[in-house]
Design a protein around this ligand. Sequence first.
Ligand code: AOF
Ligand code: ZN
Length: 354
Amino acid sequence: MKDERFIQRCFDLASLGAGSVAPNPLVGAVLVHNGKIIGEGWHQRWGEAHAEVNCIHTVLPENKALLPYATLYCNLEPCSHFGKTPPCADLIIAQKIPRVVVSNVDPNVLVAGRGLEKLKNAGIAVTQGLLEEEGRWLNRTFFTWITEQRPQVVLKWAQSADGFLGKKEAQTAISNAPALRLVHRWRAECDAILVGAHTALIDNPRLDVRHYFGKKPLRIAFDTQENIPASHHLLDDSTETWIFGSPLMPVKDRPNRAYSYKRTKFIQTVGKILITNILEALKKDNRASLFVEGGANVLGQFLETGFWDEIRVVENSRRLGSGIIAPNIPTSAVLKEQWILGDDTVRIFARSTP
Ligand code: AOF
Ligand code: ZN
């Protein structure tokens, strides 16, 4: 029970890296001596120090002598490879820490149990598999990235109590202010946000992070008919944007497409835009998650083709009476999280693994 509590603390620390470490995992580490925490750390930024290193660095000089009697808790197996930083397993051995408790084995082929092996060979007592399922849920993006070799696809929509996304030809506010803040947090935590042509045109979304803090993800929009006016937010060149469009005319001849875009890339496509092409492009660009914000048509495409890992639905208690019908939650989806935000209910579903 005590071990689980410290692993839970690792999860909480690990979550602080959300939005900053991808495609690396969220990792937290805690050093405990006699039931007291003497060090804590987490992986804060991609390419920088791992959780274990940051944790060991926080141990006060007067507590350093306790390391040979302490337990290191970490939600992910300590690494055994020379990546952008040296192996964490070597550091743990060098610090003479006698016991290590982890939640998940690292699925990365460069590690995959070798970190734990290294520790055991050095005589360290290793316990693994604590709160394993919770750990996998926390690091679901990393697990998809490593095991499926593609970004985690998260579908999101807001619907009325009677199951409508909004009115047909106008932007309709469905969810409340706290839910808007939550959605902006989700945006800050993902690597790319996508909307379809109709949403880009009718809603004129900014797809930025205004109601939360954190980095701006890549924006992606479909614009096969080249309908998005240059005055729309998505074409303001304020942040990295990919516009998937048709190859009817070279970019330079399109009246809407100025030459001066620096951060906006117009990607020509032949025929229907394929989800696999988008996922491939994201993978090449090292982007581990895609947040799909609608509309109904695009959400339907992802659902029909089976390219989804998570569905996040915000449901308001008001009824709309008519409008665009919200997608059905597939039978393969399982409810993982649910909470109330005023008159909104937030639900997170995951694809059930057979
Ligand atoms: C750990 N602790 O905090 C993290 C680990 O490129 P690098 O050197 O940062 O290595 C990235 C890989 O290391 C990543 O794919 C995963 O296998 C592991 N991440 N391991 O011991 C950490 N973030
Ligand atoms: Zn490491």
